[in-house]
Design a protein around this ligand. Structure first.
Ligand code: N1C
Length: 245
């Protein structure tokens, strides 16, 4: 007799942390908190449909070959844009930026929008051999040489959309304690800055933050901020910089 040996293929092992435990419950919980409580004008959004579109981008796929197109069905479900003059970008200053928008109440980072709010601090990936998320491990972009992993591509896609939608004056909070507060390869430098629409955005205002009680600095006159200024100016966007805001 011929015996077919069907081997169960277990998910590949990667060097990064696996999908956040209780991913689906956290996803739905955050989606309902956002659409029912934080922005009740979104109360008719279908969180189950949003999660299905999100998972559809990476479930059952090679987690290192995710494309921007994979996230298009999800992006199309999120329609609400931030009002003009209310967009805040940040780079290497996430916690402070979020504390600021939380206290201020009327200025928005990407994590104050639906998709950013849901995905913030979560990890996720799939595997070609199953239709489940991989809770064991996910690719580490560097250690696994995997730039096109599910999370990195997601942040690229949503950051691009967030920047394209911005209008009026836009703000960016930078970390003045770093030698390069503006870093060209960051998401802000490589995606958001280049996707601002100069027909809609007239001014980019940088706030360079420093540790309270620490030394003040003059980063605005340094070479890193000058590089940002030149890129903004070449794109016909007025650049304003303020140290120690
Ligand atoms: O690479 P960065 O910062 O410059 O990206 C920040 C920039 C912000 O203005 C956001 O609009 O890009 C957007 N963004 C997020 O909102 C975000 N939330 C969580 C980009 N990345 C985001 N993350 C995760 O932090 C993601 O895993 C990414 O790789 C880091 C980038 O943080 P950074 O280097 O401080």
């Amino acid at each position: 007799a011929v015996v077919a040996v069907v081997r169960w293929r277990s998910p590949l092992e990667w060097n990064g942390e696996g999908t956040t435990k209780h991913f689906s419950e956290i996803f739905l919980g955050r989606c309902f908190v956002y659409t029912q409580i934080i922005r009740p004008e979104l109360r008719n959004k279908d969180c189950t449909q949003i999660m299905a579109a999100f998972k559809g981008a990476f479930i059952s796929k090679n987690p290192c070959s995710i494309t921007k197109e994979d996230y298009q069905p999800l992006i199309q479900l999120d329609t609400k844009a931030v009002p003009c003059n209310k967009t805040l970008f940040w780079s290497k200053s996430k916690d402070l930026a979020h504390q600021y928008t939380w206290v201020h109440g009327n200025i928005f980072t990407l994590e104050d929008t639906l998709l950013g709010y849901i995905a913030d601090d979560l990890t996720w990936c799939g595997d070609p051999s199953t239709s489940e998320v991989n809770e064991q491990s996910c690719p580490h972009w560097k250690k696994d040489n995997c730039p096109n992993n599910a999370a990195s591509v997601f942040w690229k896609v949503v950051s691009q959309k967030f920047a394209e939608a911005a209008c009026g004056v836009v703000q960016v909070m930078l970390n003045g304690s770093l030698s390069e507060p503006f870093y060209r390869n960051s998401t802000f430098g490589s995606v958001e800055l280049l996707n601002l629409n100069p027909r809609k955005v007239h001014t980019l205002q940088a706030w360079v933050m420093h540790d309270i009680g620490g030394a003040t600095s003059n980063s605005c006159s340094g070479s890193s901020l000058n590089e940002l200024k030149l890129i903004a100016m070449s794109r016909n966007i007025t650049f304003v910089c303020q140290d120690n805001y």
